[in-house]
Ligand binder design. Structure first.
Ligand code: LMR
Length: 334
């Protein structure tokens, strides 16, 4: 009897052990945009690759559209370890105390993706990610979204058109300065709240890459949009450093590989997805799309260039100059 009880106990213990050995490591990946966006697709791609390469040892659960956390909360949740991965916009690292990422928000600093990649895929990009580590955060990669358009319920062609408009921005002091330089009134707001704020008139307008505008249906509540390409919006994929460093080395290596493949995928689809979203906005007929003339775009550039100087003390003059050098940007030549 005694032996039988002992054996049963042993079998139960063994079963419990093997069940726990098979429990996958769960990575909660929270983000604020729709699934059908460059970031949404890249996060889903990463989840699939991670399962494949770790042979099921890791399960990435993607929570899109702010279903788990909004902008500010998700940063706190990552530091506390309540989620393991995020991909916030580069404009959202100021509240964490890493203001240098706001260099990516400077108006007109990048003309195209190729210029941007010189920074994100070069030594400066790596140095910026390293600045996250003292905050308990590890930067894994840069994922593209795209170049922003302005939108509002009136046409936005000249700086004068912006005067007095309440414009929603992400939590970046550079974007705040950019809107002020145009005479607008910047309003920082979580992404999940923008549609309603536009609909109810809490704000008059905003700026976004087309994929964000379209998937949040902002075009339904914005009558005009200007293809200004005045600034870039993209992401840093980040994880909780303690969690990452505590992973078994082989699993971490497989996840690094999955991230590498997801990054190549993200950066390949971003432009096409934004182009497709712009087409969908055009087809909807709800928003008038305006392409500024070179002279109009230059006027917007001239009005906002002072932000580069103004933000030197916040971002670091040497960081701004390093970007200029990488991209052959000459602020004195307009
Ligand atoms: C925004 O708040 O407008 C963007 O950062 C949203 C996003 O993640 O693309």
């Amino acid at each position: 009897m005694m032996i039988r009880t002992l054996c049963a106990g042993l079998v139960a213990a063994m079963l419990a052990f093997s069940a726990s050995a098979q429990q996958p490591i769960v990575i909660k990946f929270s983000h604020v945009v729709a699934n059908d966006t460059p970031k949404g697709h890249a996060a889903d791609f990463f989840a699939k690759k991670a399962a494949e390469l770790t042979k099921g040892k890791v399960k990435v659960e993607v929570y899109a559209n702010s279903t788990l956390y909004k902008d500010k909360e998700e940063m706190e949740a990552l530091q506390l370890g309540a989620v393991q991965m995020l991909a916030p916009s580069l404009a959202k690292f100021g509240p964490l105390g890493v203001k240098e990422f706001e260099v990516f928000d400077l108006p007109f600093i990048f003309d195209n993706y190729a210029e941007l990649h010189k920074v994100t895929q070069g030594p400066l990009g790596q140095r910026l990610l390293a600045k996250l580590e003292p905050k308990g955060v590890k930067g894994l990669a840069y994922w593209d979204n795209g170049f922003k358009s302005f939108s509002a319920n009136k046409p936005l062609k000249t700086p004068a058109d912006f005067r007095g408009l309440k414009m929603r921005i992400q939590s970046s002091k550079v974007l705040e300065a950019q809107m002020r330089a145009l005479g607008a009134i910047p309003q920082t707001m979580a992404f999940s709240e923008v549609y309603q704020a536009l609909q109810t008139g809490v704000v008059d307008g905003t700026e976004n890459p087309h994929s964000n505008l379209y998937t949040q249906k902002m075009h339904e509540v914005q009558k005009h949009m200007t293809l200004s390409d005045h600034g870039y919006l993209g992401y840093a994929v980040i994880t909780n450093k303690k969690f990452w460093d505590g992973l078994p080395a082989d699993v971490r290596g497989q996840l690094e590989q999955a991230m590498k493949e997801a990054t190549a995928y993200a950066n390949k689809i971003a432009k096409d997805e934004n182009d497709a979203a712009l087409e969908a906005v055009r087809k909807s007929g709800k928003t008038q799309i305006y392409t500024p003339t070179p002279a109009e775009r230059l006027a917007l550039k001239k009005a906002t260039m002072k932000v580069h100087k103004e933000m030197e003390s916040r971002i670091g003059k040497e960081i701004i100059e390093e970007v200029y050098k990488e991209t052959d940007f000459d602020p004195t030549k307009l």
